[in-house]
Design a protein around this ligand. Structure first.
Ligand code: ATP
Length: 612
């Protein structure tokens, strides 16, 4: 019930298409029935050709239900007049009426699908938009590799389930029950006795079918679990093949697999048998219900009880009755789809309800460029349980450069991530101009920090848009100026369409150095007072590195920079070098002093051929 309400909300987030879908579905149900009922006069003509009845011309007295009775009587009266003239005309008239009814039935069915498609895709778009916008706000700590894949799968398959549920709601609440009511109403109208009999028979067969369905579900679940066991056994065995051979354990493992595989085979066979039992059983039960109806109806006709049932009415009853199964099955399918979508809705809500965890203060302070310094005081940080940074202290004065060096995993990038508050410190604090960075607005803080990382983050768009990156208020002049400072202007000019060249996914039409220079141009244009360079030249060959380094030097002019580098040559001139190991600063000072110290830094430099 809760899920019905929840999905109802999704469905009616777009009222117009939802109501139009219901409207066309309703017309479809009515025309479907009319197309069946119109067969009665056809059968009359075939079975009793030339039989003349004497119906009076009907008169319409107003009123909603009277209208339908009037239509029926008028149709019968017209038929009667035609039969009097020439039965063949009447037959042609019936055929054309049936054809028109079928046309309208299918036209309205298409009308319903038309609006239904608009509705389901609009809801899907909304849910995807919501997840994406939430994903952009989630803290970096949310994104491990496995969660990225999981998020993508939620955006695809789970949203797909929601899409199905949106339609299921319309069918479950607005189409099938109406179809059942109208069909049952018609059955009652044709023959109340037969309707009563069929209502005793239907639940019996529905019970038998649902028992089989439930039992099938149980076996199918067992089979899927066993399938998992088979796969993990194969994976385990192939992964450990060396050990299996070395321990002469092949017969043991083969026997183990044989048993698991045998159990799997038994369960699959059982599932197939139960699944394959459905169609013949359905058909047999359907036939049994029909035969019972034929028996009772036949007896009524043979008793010459023409008042209660004529032959034509009986056949129409059977035809209309056969239409009852579709909405009943439709309800079963819709309920199944809603149950499946319920799990998907939970998974989507999990994302939408995740805490954004990096919060801003109520009245954030403004930051208009760094004035004095950035200070880390007793900063400690952990991603999960283990401390990654321990008691980090340093002071980066305006216009100066601090370089972080150290072995892989020592915590350099983590420090760089704390400054723009991608993560918040666990202990200690970071100050910009003596104010804790938590007191600044996030957007304001990010405005003041420029980042160039090892992997250039470029998008499948034009060079110009990649440099302007989200800002549509910048002139071409400024973009070209930024590109010139970043030493990118010359290669951009040589591109097919200059600044309007689309650079491909992740900029794959450009070389590593070119990509990096575009990232630098972007940072130049942003004109931040604080710069973070995280291994900006690490992925480049020597020649590209030289050009990019030139661009970086331009970028760093008059800015305050935090540099992370593996290549020591790029940081020799830094104002202070911090050597990190296992999350702690173990050495600090200028290049010359650290070389003289002969410690870790001197070793690292020595490995790269730098000895003084
Ligand atoms: N998102 C994360 N979740 C959990 N642990 C992480 C995460 N990112 C980094 N770590 C761990 O934190 C420690 C410090 O990583 P960090 O990336 O800061 O090191 P680094 O010095 O920049 O290394 P490298 O030079 O290889 O880039 C490592 O042990 C790493 O495994």
């Amino acid at each position: 019930m809760k899920s019905i309400l929840a999905f109802h909300k999704y469905t009616f987030s777009y009222k117009a298409p939802a109501i139009l879908t219901i409207f066309y579905n309703l017309l479809f149900v009515i025309f479907n029935l009319i197309s069946m009922i119109l067969f009665i006069p056809f059968l009359q003509l075939i079975f009793r050709p030339g039989q003349i009845t004497n119906l009076p011309k009907p008169i319409y007295n107003g009123g909603f239900t009277d209208f339908f009775i009037y239509c029926k009587d008028l149709y019968n009266y017209t038929m009667q007049e035609m039969v009097k003239e020439d039965p063949k005309y009447a037959l042609l008239f019936v055929c054309i009426s049936v054809l028109v009814a079928f046309f309208l039935k299918n036209l309205t069915r298409y009308g319903a699908i038309w609006y239904q498609s608009q509705l389901r895709m609009a809801v899907v778009r909304d849910v995807k938009d919501k997840i994406f916008s939430k994903a952009m706000k989630l803290p970096l700590s949310f994104y491990t590799e496995e969660r990225k894949g999981d998020l993508m799968s939620r955006m695809n398959s789970d949203v797909g389930e929601i899409e199905i549920a949106v339609v299921a709601i319309l069918e479950l609440i607005y189409r099938e029950p109406i179809a059942i009511i109208i069909t049952v109403g018609s059955l009652l109208y044709i023959s109340p006795q037969l309707t009563l009999i069929s209502f005793i028979l239907l639940p019996v067969s529905a019970f038998v079918i649902s028992r089989i369905g439930k039992s099938l579900k149980r076996t199918a679940k067992l089979q899927q679990e066993q399938n998992g066991i088979v796969f993990s056994t194969i994976e385990e065995a192939l992964g450990g093949i060396k050990i299996i051979k070395a321990f002469n354990a092949i017969p043991f493992m083969t026997e183990r697999f044989r048993k698991i595989n045998l159990r799997h085979q038994q369960l699959v066979t059982r599932t197939f048998r139960k699944k394959d039992l459905s169609p013949p059983l359905n058909e047999f039960l359907g036939a049994a219900v029909m035969i019972c109806l034929v028996w009772f109806g036949g007896v009524m006709i043979l008793n010459n009880d023409a008042d209660s049932l004529t032959g034509e009415e009986f056949i129409t009853f059977i035809i209309v009755f056969s239409q009852l199964l579709r909405p009943i099955q439709g309800i079963a399918t819709a309920v199944g789809n809603l149950n499946k979508a319920e799990a998907s809705r939970d998974r989507i809500n999990e994302i939408l309800d995740t805490n954004e965890s990096i919060y801003e203060t109520e009245n954030p302070k403004k930051l208009h460029g760094l004035k004095n310094d950035i200070r880390l005081e007793g900063v400690s940080f952990k991603y999960k349980d283990e401390w990654v940074l321990k008691n980090i202290n340093f002071d980066l004065k305006r216009g100066k450069t601090i370089a972080l060096v150290g072995e892989s995993g020592s915590g350099k990038s983590t420090i760089a991530d704390l400054l723009p508050r991608f993560y918040d410190v666990n202990e200690g604090a970071i100050y910009i101009d003596d104010i804790n960075i938590k007191e600044y607005g996030l957007e304001d803080l990010h405005k003041n920090i420029g980042i160039v990382s090892q992997e250039s983050i470029l998008f499948n768009d034009t060079v110009r848009n990649n440099i302007a990156f989200g800002r549509d208020d910048v002139s071409m002049e400024l973009i070209v100026k930024a590109a010139k400072i970043a030493h990118a202007d010359s290669f951009i000019d040589q591109l097919e369409n200059g600044y309007d060249t689309v650079i491909g996914e992740r900029g794959n039409k450009l070389s590593g150095g070119q990509k990096q220079r575009l990232s630098i141009a972007r940072a130049v244009l942003k004109d931040p007072s604080i710069l973070i360079l995280d291994e900006a030249t690490s992925a480049l060959d020597t020649e590209s590195e030289r050009i990019v380094q030139g661009a970086l030097d331009e970028l760093m002019k008059d800015r305050t920079s935090l540099i992370i580098a593996h290549r020591m040559s790029t940081i020799i001139n830094a104002d202070e070098i911090l050597v990190l190991s296992k999350g702690q600063i173990i050495e600090r000072g200028k290049h010359r002093d650290l070389i003289a110290l002969g410690g870790t830094y001197a070793n690292l430099c020595g490995l790269q051929g730098i000895f003084n």
